[in-house]
Design a protein around this ligand. Sequence first.
Ligand SMILES: *[C@@H]1O[C@H](CO)[C@@H](O)[C@H](O)[C@H]1NC(C)=O
Ligand SMILES: *[C@@H]1O[C@H](CO)[C@@H](O)[C@H](O)[C@H]1NC(C)=O
Ligand SMILES: *[C@@H]1O[C@H](CO)[C@@H](O)[C@H](O)[C@H]1NC(C)=O
Ligand SMILES: *[C@@H]1O[C@H](CO)[C@@H](O)[C@H](O)[C@H]1NC(C)=O
Ligand SMILES: *[C@@H]1O[C@H](CO)[C@@H](O)[C@H](O)[C@H]1NC(C)=O
Ligand SMILES: *[C@@H]1O[C@H](CO)[C@@H](O)[C@H](O)[C@H]1NC(C)=O
Length: 269
Amino acid sequence: MNPKFNQKLFPLILTIVLLIQIPSYSCQNDPQYQTCSQPFQCGSLRELAYPFWGSNRPVSCGHPGFQINCQANVPFLNISSTSYRVLEVDNTARTLKVSREDLWDTICPLLLFNTTLNFSLFDFSSAANDQNITLYYGCGTVQVPIPTPSIPYQFNCNVNGSNSVSFYAAADASGPGNGVACSNNIYVPVNRTAARDLINPATASADLLRDALRSGFSIQWSAENDNCNSCARSGGLCGYNEDTAAFACYCTDRVHESTCDDSRPGNGT
Ligand SMILES: *[C@@H]1O[C@H](CO)[C@@H](O)[C@H](O)[C@H]1NC(C)=O
Ligand SMILES: *[C@@H]1O[C@H](CO)[C@@H](O)[C@H](O)[C@H]1NC(C)=O
Ligand SMILES: *[C@@H]1O[C@H](CO)[C@@H](O)[C@H](O)[C@H]1NC(C)=O
Ligand SMILES: *[C@@H]1O[C@H](CO)[C@@H](O)[C@H](O)[C@H]1NC(C)=O
Ligand SMILES: *[C@@H]1O[C@H](CO)[C@@H](O)[C@H](O)[C@H]1NC(C)=O
Ligand SMILES: *[C@@H]1O[C@H](CO)[C@@H](O)[C@H](O)[C@H]1NC(C)=O
């Protein structure tokens, strides 16, 4: 062997290796896999991945019902045409902590509606131990001294130019009682500690009610959980095929239907 020859050859070999290496590295991964491999962030939520999408993360990286609308670093999510602020996300437990946007700035909302989720995608979290409180609006004149155990606190609401009395109570209380008639009521879950302090006349206050509503409640989500588990176990990234409106599994080679191990293509883009 001639060592001189090797020394001359080495840069040539290096160049060839680099020429082969660079293009093969840059097209190693499927484009959808590349696009969806980066989670996005909004405010304090740093790891928004499947099923969430929004900002520069396209719907194909998420599930249509999970668009995060990031406004001034505040993440909003619509569920059944109701806007919620997203306070926390737990990707492992698949839970969110959310707060109703209509009750964020006021305890006297203009439109009254119950806290109803789209139950095909969400459910109230049973693990969270949240409790409903009922807010009563448009209540008649009160004869009894307040507070009472069934009406720990009363407040006034001036909505649409008319002033009326409001209450809240534990949801299992059978209405405000004491002959008080209210024109409307809504239920909102709050955390257990907040619920306990709210129904205690000694600690009840409008500020506590505001804090409790802003602290939110926990919900769990289901977005193709089984498919997504199989896809993730096989090394893929979960997503959504807009053409077929079905789940898609993005793998380094191409788009698959449900896992990177299956042989069927996911009709991918
Ligand atoms: C609930 O979610 C399902 C699944 O994404 C969707 O088809 C349906 O339109 C949603 N319903 C409402 C009321 O938003
Ligand atoms: C969310 O719902 C609000 C009304 O509650 C509506 O104004 C807004 O357009 C909806 N946003 C999306 C992205 O659907
Ligand atoms: C206020 O007015 C709006 C629009 O007329 C109506 O939909 C809403 O129910 C009213 N709210 C209350 C609390 O009376
Ligand atoms: C909310 O649900 C309660 C209990 O089901 C019901 O009495 C009340 O009328 C509902 N409120 C609205 C605004 O739909
Ligand atoms: C609150 O009330 C609704 C309607 O009755 C119910 O579906 C939900 O499970 C309740 N939430 C909690 C935390 O008890
Ligand atoms: C429960 O709500 C209260 C506000 O009333 C808040 O201070 C507290 O941090 C909340 N606790 C949990 C565990 O979220």
